[in-house]
Design a protein around this ligand. Structure first.
Ligand SMILES: [Zn+2]
Length: 337
């Protein structure tokens, strides 16, 4: 993360003259990139493995009730085309959500991601089979969903350097750590404590979910998951909930980007430059601008762009969400003491 001290020499005298209601000493001294979107203390992604049907029937309505998006890691080679074909499978079987429904989930903002072609043990697969497990699945998902998958999760969480190297040729994120949700000893208290710990530690929590009511490691009751989501929602000022690919890309962009900023009372100009491929790494980063006084009329605009960028006041800071780009962003606001 880059923190740039404000640059005021030569500008401050002019700025004070233009904005006489705010003295320079009222301005805290740094513009920074937030650790997580919205300057949240923690992030959480809910990931669902093996496209089991009750993830859709039971968990998706819960996620949508709270405005959350999940990541669905699908086993591409066993996924049927239609709901009718999917209905012939048991609810807890790999591939029991069909492509037509997965496409609807993608359109609703959920992430459809790669969990291999047949759920094979990848470190034990020879090169030809590994290629099929990773890239044939990648191509099938791209064809069926209409967009290429960004994330990969290893069957049985098994990988080595050879496997990972191939996966990362085409994906931008792979799941290499996770906390299992579900099973007979799993409680809402346990799940909620993980969120509390993530906030304390400033971490990204990746929940791994299989069965909801049936299949592998289901919850003893779906209400456990619902209660947990409700708890997470109650902490929305502190916890950013988003898909695996979005949080992963945020972190990668955040760590690779350089922020240059100039701040004077009532105005800040910054550029966020990132060396990563802008086609795939296009998740907005939150830039935090310190402000004092009673702030109103904050506007953020990128040079040459018609549309304003999202900006919101949060205590004594303005939060601006901007995709990294060479084009500078100008933020203006009115502050009364
Ligand atoms: Zn799996």
């Amino acid at each position: 993360m880059v923190t740039i001290k404000r640059i005021i020499s030569g500008i401050s005298a002019v700025a004070v003259a233009v904005f006489p209601f705010v003295s320079m000493s009222d301005q805290p001294d740094e513009v920074r990139i937030a650790k997580f979107k919205g300057d949240c203390a923690a992030a959480v992604s809910f990931t669902f493995d093996d496209n089991m049907r009750d993830q859709d029937d039971v968990a998706v309505p819960m996620l949508e009730r709270y405005g959350f998006h999940g990541t669905f890691f699908v086993v591409a080679g066993v996924t049927p085309d239609t709901k009718e074909e999917a209905a012939k499978k048991k609810a807890g079987e790999h591939g029991s959500i069909g492509w037509d429904r997965l496409k609807e989930l993608a359109a609703a903002g959920h992430e459809i991601a790669n969990h291999s072609w047949t759920h094979a043990n990848l470190p034990k697969s020879d090169d030809a089979n590994l290629e099929q497990e990773v890239n044939r699945a990648y191509e099938r998902i791209t064809e069926k969903i209409g967009v290429a998958p960004l994330s990969f999760c290893y069957p049985g969480n098994g990988y080595d350097d050879r496997v990972r190297k191939l996966v990362m040729q085409r994906h931008v994120a792979d799941r290499t750590f996770q906390d299992a949700y579900g099973g007979k000893d799993f409680t809402a208290e346990l799940a909620n404590k993980r969120i509390d710990d993530a906030i304390l530690d400033g971490k990204w929590l990746v929940g791994m979910i299989h069965g909801i009511t049936t299949g592998y490691e289901p919850f003893t009751s779906p209400e456990i998951f619902e209660g947990h989501l409700k708890y997470v929602k109650s902490l929305e000022a502190k916890v950013w909930v988003d898909t695996f690919a979005n949080v992963s890309r945020y972190i990668q962009e955040r760590d690779a980007s350089k922020l240059a900023a100039v701040i004077v009372p009532g105005k800040a100009v910054f550029t966020l430059t990132c060396p990563l491929d802008p086609v795939r790494y296009n998740v907005p980063l939150t830039v935090v601008i310190p402000v004092k006084g009673k702030v109103s009329k904050a506007i953020a605009r990128r040079s040459g762009a018609e549309k304003e960028l999202p900006v919101r006041l949060c205590g004594e800071k303005l939060l601006v969400d901007a995709v990294p780009s060479e084009e500078p962003v100008t933020v203006t606001w009115i502050a009364e003491p």
